[in-house]
Design a protein around this ligand. Structure first.
Ligand code: PGA
Length: 250
């Protein structure tokens, strides 16, 4: 995988039951099969309850499956949690970590995200580490400093372009229909590229995704911005045709 192939990642969040998941996956697999020379990689991150169904539906396609979170420990007395080796065991290739909904509703800190990313790497998973500023932080002009600090503290030693992806998701753009402007994305991705290149040996090759109200209609513009190597899609990934339209723009 190189950064020249875009990564189209879908985050289903806490949505879906097995029947609609199977239907959505079948539609995506047939969409991708019609694009044999496509220029994108695709990963779907369903709720944990659907990982088995999704990974078995994806077999034979080049689409892979990911988790939405993992625990920093491989096993133990952590009721309700799922570990990185468990995700790997179910066929996952990726795991989303430090999503703003985890940071907000579960009070996840950068340090916890870093420990989880370390666990993901140890299990052989690619960590999709999310960063992004809130509306208030942007209004105060603090976005570069906030995202820089998140990156410095959330990316553990041992990150490489092979085992880590960074997703820039401004909190105010998630699920709001308010996409960041192309200039905002370009500027922030340049900051992120600089920070990851300083911190990680092959950070110049590490994939940087944008996320926040991405849909078929704005995907082409976003995917052509410098240092945008893919997108992390929430709401629009729940509709196979819309998600297919995003991938088609890659
Ligand atoms: P959205 O969510 O596409 O619905 O804005 C993105 C995300 O939370 O990853």
């Amino acid at each position: 995988m190189t950064a020249s192939r875009k990564l189209i990642a879908g985050n289903w969040k806490m949505n879906g039951l097995s029947a609609d998941a199977k239907e959505r996956v079948a539609a995506l697999v047939s969409f991708v099969a019609q694009k044999p020379d496509n220029s994108f990689d695709m990963v779907i991150c369903p709720p944990a309850t659907l990982i088995r169904d999704v990974s078995s539906g994806l077999q034979g396609s080049h689409i892979t499956c990911g988790g939405q979170d993992c625990h920093a420990e491989a096993s133990g007395a952590f009721t309700g949690n799922i570990s990185a080796p468990m995700l790997k065991d179910m066929g996952c290739t990726h795991v989303i970590l430090g999503h703003s909904e985890r940071r907000q509703y579960h009070a996840e800190t950068d340090e916890q995200v870093s420990a989880k990313a370390k666990a993901a790497h140890a299990a052989g998973l690619i960590a999709i580490v999310c960063v992004g500023e809130t509306d208030e932080q942007r209004t105060a002009g603090q976005q570069d400093a906030i995202v820089t600090k998140q990156l410095q503290n959330s990316l553990p030693d041992g990150c490489t372009a092979e085992n880590t992806v960074v997703a820039y998701e401004p909190v105010w753009a998630i699920g709001t229909g308010k996409t960041a402007s192309s200039d905002d994305i370009r500027n922030m991705h340049a900051v992120i590229r600089r920070v990851v290149s300083e911190k990680i040996k092959d950070g110049d090759k590490l994939r940087l995704l944008y996320g926040g109200s991405v849909k078929g209609a704005n995907a082409a513009e976003i995917l052509h911005i410098d240092h945008v190597d893919g997108v992390l899609v929430g709401g629009a990934s729940l509709k196979a045709d819309e998600f297919g339209a995003i991938a088609a723009a890659a």
